[in-house]
Design a binder for this molecule. Sequence first.
Ligand code: ZN
Length: 444
Amino acid sequence: MMGPPNHPAGNRVTDQQSGPGAEMHRLVSELYPICRSITGEGVRETLRILQRQIPLVIHEVPTGTPVFDWTVPKEWNIRDAYIKNARGERLVDFQKCNLHVVSYSVPVRRVMSREELRKHLFSLPDRPDWIPYRTSYYNETWGFCLSQRQLETLTDEEYEVCVDATLADGHLTYGEYLIPGTTTDEVLVSCHVCHPSLCNDNLSGIAVATHLAMHLAGLPSRRFSYRFLFIPGTIGSITWLARNEEQVARIKHGLVITCVGDGGPFTYKKSRRGNAEIDRAVTHVLKTSGKEHVVQDFFPYGYDERQYCSPGFDLPVGCLMRSPHGSFPEYHTSADNLEFVRPQSLDESLQCYQAVVDLLEHNRTYRSLNPKCEPQLGKRGLYTAIGGDKNAAQKQMAMLWVLNLADGSHSLLDIAERAGEHFDIIAQTVRLLIEHGLLAEVPD
Ligand code: ZN
């Protein structure tokens, strides 16, 4: 709906490149020009584009709807905005970059002095070429964001200022996609869709969530049901929780996806509980990945985990990202662009999420069918089953750990953690022992 902001051509993904990383980057590129906010046509257009890949249900919640201590706000839509000089030249132009307008700006159209205009202008003196991103959702005002260099050229006495926007009763829009599993126990995956042309903070999470949903929908079966939410930050999760309070107990595990396209190491922010299965699952996947990573305790700031982990819900929801918000200079500026997010990083992030989900799906509990002393592995051919493997000693230790801890009360993750072994090795060992009649699954 809006012209794409100016940026260098850089390392764009060509139509010829294939693979999930390139596909996710193309999705980010397609969504990039759209002017999103916490409500309005930009969110609807974004969700309609995602519907081409996943059958999202789009919900519309009317302005004024009470949601706990909050109220669904008026809907904001913007068509155009500019600052013109006396010669009619657009010095600051929303059509070139939607970050130029403070999100939720009220309409304005008049000539004003530079002094008056100056109170409504925001720039980043330390990064003179970057445009900051600003919002004013709950305070009715207007403003423009521009680069410091642009700001310094505004030396005339008067300017014509226009924000052609509407702030009126309407709806809050969000997307939801439930992929059913064999149980109604749910895994919640939530991302925010309320930022305009910002790639890592917003679009990377949308792209990885969409591809994770496609991956899960394509599996022959799933133990858990998966609920994907594409919502405006804060007010969206509050609205969803208010409308679904009766069924949140189904959520057994959850993750907020954000900032997953930059080149930084993975960062996991634990749920408020701190020791939930999701916290242990993500920690295990990161620890056994051999890659640099950071695991943080919960703190009541950040993204929608703040709402999911509020004390009245205290859901087991963490936040798996790469570079956390605020930790990279490009955050909330025009430099969080299509060059800042990389296909390879998106691909690694998707793989990391898939590994976590795979762990949750397979984290079952088993019982040894031969618990009195060790079973004789040799006569069952279990040494030869692993003997030719270059990791034979490792696999044998895994087998001994599983046989010892499979007492009906330790999950596979418990065993993997205790053995200091990769979950996949433990899971493979379990399959082998089941084939040899030594283990039985304990029903959920
Ligand atoms: Zn943000």
